[in-house]
Design a protein around this ligand. Structure first.
Ligand code: OGA
Ligand code: MN
Length: 280
């Protein structure tokens, strides 16, 4: 089988065909996957039939898992390694996974942690007929489209990000029982592998620009939040069961469109860390 890489939109995303991820890509195939991941930022492998173990093994080609998520003890070993279900399905009224219902604002996974996630993978098991699309936004293109005075103004700024566990909107600031995690990061992030600059700001988590929590700073933040969501930076992924998708959180924001509570949506998620967690 030969591997083919086909762009999915003018901005970002590529479909990779010719690989069965039940076995790990090697040699030239693996090099092509790595190249496509860095060049296209989001890679989609359609028609896969992978177990949680296959998904973990693939992710380990790129780095270590360091999910904050600890699966309930009744789940098997693969799940205890940090595999998570993203689903609206409930068992006895309790969601079987995380991020259960409806739409979700743009964000970058782990932006609320000192060490964000390098990449996230989702494997689609059951998807709704309508809605529940995942939108991906190209943060390199968003940075590059800024005018020079704005680039100069934001060059050395930092953002303060906060996330309440399972929140889908920035307004859920004080959900009962919600666990808050916070971190600061550069607003303009240099990607460690490509050297390109990305506009690292997102609606769900970025609360303020550090040192600029005044009216002027809030206007700048709102302008940037709208800017990174401009349609020309976005690829909307409409899921088919069997899709395995990996995206680069260092240069991509993602969001989810609404879907009906009557339909089942079930994806399996595993994250890859940027660096090993600091010793406790
Ligand atoms: C995630 C996430 C979006 C979706 O798993 O981190 O944001 O479409 N998922 O379910
Ligand atoms: Mn996410």
């Amino acid at each position: 089988m030969t591997v083919s890489v086909t762009p999915l939109s003018a901005s970002l995303g590529a479909r990779i065909e010719g690989l069965d991820l039940r076995s790990l890509p090697q040699g030239d195939d693996l090099a092509q996957v790595r190249r496509a991941f860095l060049d296209h930022q989001v890679v989609v492998f359609p028609g896969q039939k992978i177990s949680a173990g296959d998904q973990i093994a693939f992710c380990e080609l790129f780095g270590a898992a360091d999910s904050d998520y600890k699966a309930p003890p009744q789940r098997d070993d693969d799940y205890r390694k940090g595999v998570m279900l993203v689903s609206n399905v409930r068992k006895n009224g309790v969601p079987i996974g995380n991020l259960p219902d409806g739409d979700m604002q743009f964000h970058s996974d782990g932006a609320h942690r000192a060490s964000p996630y390098l990449a996230t993978t989702l494997y689609a098991i059951r998807v709704p007929l309508q809605g529940g699309d995942t939108l991906f936004a190209n943060l390199y293109a968003a940075y590059e489209a800024l005018d020079d005075p704005t680039k100069a103004r934001i060059a050395d700024l930092r953002v303060h990000n906060a996330y309440i566990l399972d929140a889908t909107s920035r307004d859920e600031e004080s959900r009962p029982g919600g666990i808050l995690r916070e971190a600061e990061h550069p607003l303009v992030r240099v990607h460690p592998e490509t050297g390109r600059k990305a506009l690292y700001v997102n609606r769900l988590m970025t609360r303020f620009i550090v040192g600029q929590d005044d009216a002027e700073g809030r206007v700048l933040l709102d302008t940037l939040l709208d800017h990174v969501e401009r349609p020309e930076f976005i690829y909307a992924h409409k899921w088919t069961a069997g899709d395995f998708v990996m995206w680069d959180n260092r240069c991509v924001n993602h969001a989810r469109t609404d879907f009906s509570a009557e339909e089942v949506r079930l994806l399996r998620r595993y994250t890859i860390s940027e660096s090993a967690p600091a010793p406790a």
